[in-house]
Each structure stands twice: as C-alpha cells, then as structure tokens.
Ligand binder design. Sequence first.
Ligand code: CAA
Length: 283
Amino acid sequence: MEIKTIGVIGAGTMGSGIAQVAAEAGFNVIMRDLEEQFVQRGLTAVEKNLARAVEKGRKSQSEADAVRGRISGTTRLEDLSEADFIIEAIIENMALKKELYEKLDAICKEETVLASNTSGLSITEMASATKRPQKVVGMHFFNPVPVMKLVEVIKGFDTAAETFDLTMELARQMGKEPIAVNEAPLFAVNRILVPMINEAAFVLMEGVATAEDIDRGMMLGANHPIGPLALGDLVGLDVLLAVMETIYHETGDSKYRPCPLIRKLVRAGHFGRKTGRGFYSYT
Ligand code: CAA
C-alpha cells in the first residue's frame, strides 16, 4: 500500500512534531485538533522549528516552505477521510481514545491504518473500538520528536503482520529507527525510563539530594544528556503521572506507585516546562 497522506490527530507537542517529520519526509499531512487555537499553536511550533533549521543552515528557505506547504490544519475529523495512515496523539485517556477510534473507523478508508502514539496504554483496547483491529498498531515517538531517533512500533493482540511491517517501514521513511515491541504496559522504553524519573522524584522528596544535584549526578555519573527531573519537566508531569498510574493499575505492583510529589505538583497545575513550573521554574 502506498502512503501519500498522513492524518495526525492532536496538534500538541507530540502531534505537531510528528506532523513536521512526516512533512519533512515528503508526505502530505492533515493535522487535526478540537479547536482552531490548538491547530494554530501546533502549526506555529512547526514554523518555529523550520525557521530555526533555515537559520542554522540545515534547510534552504524554499525547502522549509515546501515542508510547511505539505501540512494543513483542520478541526473537522471528516477531513481525515482521505488519509492513508492515521497517527493519533491525543490526551492519554482511554475512554476518549476509544470514542475517537470508533469515529475514525467509520470515517477512514477501509485500508487505512490507525496508529496510536500513546505512551503506554493498551493498543488492543483501542483496537476493540473498531472493526479493523488488524489495522490498529502502536507508533510511539519520543519527545522532542524532530530530534529523537526512536520509534517504538507496538503489536497489539490482533495487529496483522502486514500492518506492523508497514508501520516499521513508515517510521524508517520518516527518518526514525524503529524497534519492535509486543504490547505490555508502558511498552519497553517507558517501562524503564518513567520509573527512573519517578524514583528521582522520591529522592528529591525525601531530601536525599537537591534537584540540581540529582540531575547533575545522573548526567555526570550515568552520561544522561539531561537529568531525570529536567526530563520529567520536558515530558510533562501530567503525562508522567498518567503513565505511572497506567503501569501501577495494570500490574498492581507497588513498586510502580507514583511519587506523591509528582501528584502534588500536578494538582497544583505545575506540569513542567509547558506551564512554566515543575520541579524547576522556567521564567
Ligand atoms: N524541537 C525541535 N528541535 C529541538 C527541540 C524541540 N522541541 N528541543 C531541542 N531541539 C534541538 C535544538 O534546536 C538543537 O539543535 P541545534 O543544535 O541544531 O540548534 C538540539 O536539539 C540540541 O538542543 P539544545 O542545545 O537546546 O539542548 P540539549 O543539548 O540539551 O538537547 C535534547 C536537547 C535533545 C532534548 C536533550 O536534552 C536530550 O536528548 N534530552 C533527553 C530527551 C529524552 O530523553 N526524551 C525522551 C522523553 S520520554 C518520551 O518522550 C516518551 C514518553 O512517552 C513519555
């Protein structure tokens, strides 16, 4: 099956990054969000990244214009009917995702693959809301999408080998390096990474070390590019908490309990970089 048009649902940090790399790879992209202001914010994020690439000499102005020209924004879900492949990057809420997948199943062409960028929710459960579970797959990008090379491709219970292979190939065409993962809570990478950030929050909460020293420790002692607390702020503490809750509930294992400090910060509306405050302040 030839993919020409990719539909991206959700124009947030992940959705806009995915739209950008898809357009850079030559695909036409239709990016959809619920409100015009969200669509515009996503398009502005892409434009900023492209302007920076031109400034740095990585792209010519005409190349950047061509990439931008391949992305259109919409609030109408029906506009995705012409997409050959859908990448969903909406909020991590299974009920909302299932409602969306049911609608997409009715709107999209029969052969269209529905891929989720979820950080760890069940692909099988999303697929159960459709009549095409063999065409539902996980395609998990990493933040910031234009920079990070990895895509986890996740096989749900009924995902067909053909769908899986197509998604692996698409990830390569988008300039990424895919790894193959069987469905399990949080997949492979977040299963390791997110509990590490959660543990760093416990170390901070217990007063074992300051935020700066925890992060410096992991950068200097384990060669991480940024420390775990700074990474939590980058990913978003709201996302992180939702991801920890998923693995905690799915496994019932107390080793995955979310750190109360993360819960408290989220309740206070301090989600990290995107709200200007998380473990650190960004002013
Ligand atoms: N979009 C596009 N490009 C970006 C960017 C963004 N949001 N953020 C940074 N970059 C680019 C910068 O433009 C810069 O490129 P140039 O040098 O060509 O200008 C380059 O990345 C390096 O950026 P900086 O010099 O500003 O900062 P840095 O050296 O600290 O690198 C980083 C930034 C690449 C994000 C680095 O800190 C890093 O690798 N951090 C770890 C990221 C990580 O672990 N991500 C996974 C998160 S977990 C996840 O995503 C899964 C999930 O489901 C929760």
